[in-house]
Write a protein that binds this ligand. Sequence first.
Ligand code: PLP
Length: 411
Amino acid sequence: MKISGVDLKDLKEQYGTPLYIYDAKMLKDNMRLYKNNLVSKEFETEVLFASKAFNVKEMVRIVDKEGLSLDCVSVGEFFTALSVGYDPKKVYFHGNNKTPEDIRFILEHNVGVIVVDNLMEIVALDMITKEMKKPVDILIRLNVGVSAHTHKFIVTAHVDSKFGVAYDSEDFKTMLEVIEKSEYINFRGFHSHIGSQIFDLAAFDAAIDKLVSYCKDFKEELILNIGGGFGVHYTDEDKPIPFDVVSKNLIETCEKALKKNNVKIKKLCIEPGRSIVAEAGYTLYTIGFTKKTPNKEYYFIDGGMTDNIRPALYQAKYSCDIVGKENAKKDHLVTIAGKCCESGDLIIEDYYLPEAKPGDLLITYTTGAYGYSMSSNYNKALTPAVVFVEDGKSKLVVRRMRLDELIEREE
Ligand SMILES: Cc1ncc(COP(=O)(O)O)c(C=O)c1O
């Protein structure tokens, strides 16, 4: 089996397993699909990559080359972007509890936009910008009461999320008062993010409708950032909407809402993370022992929850194949278990595969988002290497962690 012309057995030989593999061409194609289709004659548009989904230097370089902006949620992500010369002015910085140190760091390094999450944050930002005499553009993160998860969405009256403020709340009014008095804070618009793995575009329509209706209360043309959350294919239950269709639909919805409300906006932003990287990513493992119990059959792999926590964390489902046996009879109902000392360390449960032998390679699909970025050294596992493949060539972008690195910060 090959990815972008590179044989998986050769990758195992060269880099070992577990191994994160990214199809670099697909990463670029995904970015272009969003960028080329999120266009309007009525307002500017901007596509940001939500870097929490996969933030490494080489990824930021590609984001930069493809002309996307960046969503960062921590100084660590921001620092990674700076380290490859990424323009900090193109960074939107998020977070519900930015520390004074975080705020000072990003201001010192000329962050583009801070997405302010709550009342206490705007007060802190007011103080720090004054002290540093540093102007900053901000968006306010609104909780629009549209909550979308997977195939359904709901509009709630009660907005209790840890993120954002409600438009009709006292906190929001006070935030505007703080901004009004501030010499350094420039209010530019709103942000909202309604959930993840969303397949129902009506959820975005509902959010856009609300955001646009709020714009009527402001004289200046605002920026609307409607977040990410566009769904991807993990298993055949998932039916993602093509990104060009998503982008065009968002534009259409926004243009209609603007007309209906007789208002203009400056810019519409989206910040997809998962949908840009998930399906471009694969994880390659080596199968070791196998085992039968009265009711189950296990294939054990040389990685597990330390390189993919999502099944253990929120019962995420994946699909997989045994390399070279993709077309063999899948007559074994097996559970793919990792090597961590944890019963919940199961990557895929009750899945039909062919018979496996120790040394066979197992590939899991759609692991490009929140896999590497959520990886851990639990059980003192070594973080796997990451390679990008394209046109028959592979490139190491993160080398495998070494044993000595596990203890280098320890006294
Ligand atoms: C504020 C914000 N923007 C964008 C994203 C990216 O979402 P996704 O990776 O589902 O596209 C997230 C994900 O949690 C988020 O919290």
